[in-house]
Design a protein around this ligand. Sequence first.
Ligand code: HEC
Ligand code: HEC
Length: 320
Amino acid sequence: MKKVVKIIGITIGAVVLALTAAALYFNFKGMPYYEVNAPDITVEPTPERIARGEYIVNQTCAICHLGKDGKFSGTLMEDDPAFGAWYAANITQHPEAGIGKYTDGELMYLLRTGIKRTGQFAAPFMPRFNHLSDEDVKSIIAYLHSDASRVQPVDVRQPAQQPTLLAKVVCNLGMKPLPYPDVTVTAPPKTDEVAYGKYLVTQAMMCYMCHSASFETNDELTPENSEGYLAGGTMVRNPQDRSVITPSANLTMHPELGLGQWTEEQFANAVRFGQTADGQGLTSAMPKFTLMTDEDISAIWAYLQTVPAVEKNVLADAGQ
Ligand code: HEC
Ligand code: HEC
């Protein structure tokens, strides 16, 4: 009997010791580093690319990177007990405070894989744009390197990330960089409305990122495999008042719980201006895609008609 107790005691002691050692290791190691295999490219900054980049960056990247000064100087993104405090980077051209030192190829590599030019893993809050077309990624780069006023150097230094031990463990063991695509990535033609709408929802405008079950269960390589894809429920903080947190809406065509009874015009007003049919308006947890063209609204609307309706009441589930 005594022997058994002793063995159990030693085993528990060994486990505690191993866990403590692992915790110390990850706490000390911090965010992991990877090899940077940036492609050797120079993006030609054509006016078409800069305009296209402006359209994407000022809608999609702006969700996180737009500072209070109206420039892309970054801001606090997340501050929670589980993952710690995370700041969206200053992505203006400032060489130290911003991304002035990034080459075209390094930006391409980061946006695809999540690996920064220093080799450090940018995670878990910086999305990877793995299936965004080469042309769209080049357009983003052309805009970031252009003379547009919002990307001119701003000396606003975002504080260092403060990941918790849990975030460090997840980023070392759970999350990995995505593979750099070894083929040319193209967007579907705009004439194929449904396919193009899906491309906007899952890549260029990233609607699925907030409108599925939770950030943690999103599948970045195959977005449509994300848990509760487009049926809403992710809890999103209001960027103006971070104490307010709202579940994202069910965007499937369920007649009561989703958008089944909405018209395309109502949809457009919600997406562009946060307006709703009942006049109440959406909270600013839902970004305003004010630049969205009629063509893109129609494509997204056409695609949403093809997504299976899901019976999910996001407000009831969130207890709101
Ligand atoms: C959901 C929020 C979010 C969105 C959307 C987003 N980012 Fe980020 N981004 C972040 C966060 C947070 C970081 C900091 C990550 C870190 O330091 O580990 C970051 C880091 C970066 C960096 C690295 C900066 C550095 O100092 O090395 C670049 C470049 C960048 N983002 C560009 C973009 C571009 C371009 C887009 C749009 C195509 C975009 N991001 C969309 C949150 C976001
Ligand atoms: C940063 C996270 C985020 C992103 C990205 C996002 N949304 Fe939302 N969206 C929300 C949240 C949160 C709500 C609920 C707001 C509220 O209830 O006040 C919402 C609400 C909506 C609504 C209102 C639906 C209803 O039933 O009231 C529509 C429509 C919508 N989003 C469409 C979109 C589309 C289309 C995209 C991509 C172009 C998109 N959203 C991208 C967070 C997001």
